[in-house]
Design a protein around this ligand. Structure first.
Ligand code: MHO
Length: 203
């Protein structure tokens, strides 16, 4: 599925990127998710040689369906903002690519700080670069689901990382998403029934 013309991106560091890849991928309005390395300056980061970068998920979404504020709510609800991150690899960070997103992110950070009465370890920075992570990290939950993962990786081939359906299924097999919406999404897919039954069995 090509992204809508006016799609926007949101980039978050939330610990190991496998988890947030699935969590955001399950949300209606998310067009694709990609995991990668960002937030540092070292050229050409890889998983084995991360330099000063952080594991992040980059969410591409349709703002007509899902707002940046909704994504920020999920971001704040899924980490402990008081903890400054153990390592730079896993730090909690919002990487912004527009002034509007920076302002929205800062508003939420101030709200969290006043609710907690002070120290928030989570930071907001400008997104300077994003390096796509290795294929085996993309849609990790789905990829590592026995049989189903291999089958879908083969089905989508090089499109696996950018597929909206793969993003959604990655979230579903990790237990995310509202059950009714999940079923209506699955019912509309043109995947082999065998594959769909296997997804249903997993969720
Ligand atoms: N090494 C940890 C996290 C991986 S995540 C891509 C694990 O195996 O669970 O950093």
């Amino acid at each position: 599925t090509p992204p809508p013309r006016e799609s926007e991106t949101a980039t978050f560091g939330l610990g190991c990127f496998w988890g947030p890849d699935a969590r955001f991928g399950a949300m209606d309005g998310v067009v694709r998710t990609r995991v990668g390395y960002a937030g540092g300056t070292t050229p050409s980061p890889t998983y084995r040689d991360l330099g000063d970068h952080t594991e992040v998920v980059q969410v591409e979404y349709d703002p007509a369906v899902l707002s940046y504020a909704d994504l920020l709510d999920v971001f704040w609800a899924n980490h402990d903002p008081r903890a400054s991150s153990r390592t730079r690899q896993y730090r909690n960070v919002i990487l912004v690519d527009t002034v509007a997103h920076r302002q929205a992110a800062e508003r939420t950070r101030r709200a969290v700080a006043s609710k907690l009465g002070g120290s928030v370890g989570t930071v907001i920075e400008d997104l300077a670069s994003f390096t796509l992570a290795e294929p085996y990290h993309q849609k990790y939950e789905l990829r590592s689901t026995p049989v189903l993962g291999d089958e879908l990786v083969e089905h989508y081939g090089d499109d696996f990382v950018d597929s909206t359906v793969a993003a959604r299924l990655n979230g579903f097999v990790a237990g995310h998403g509202d059950p009714d919406r999940r079923e209506s999404f699955l019912a509309g897919l043109e995947l082999p029934p065998r594959v769909l039954d296997e997804v249903r069995r997993r969720i």
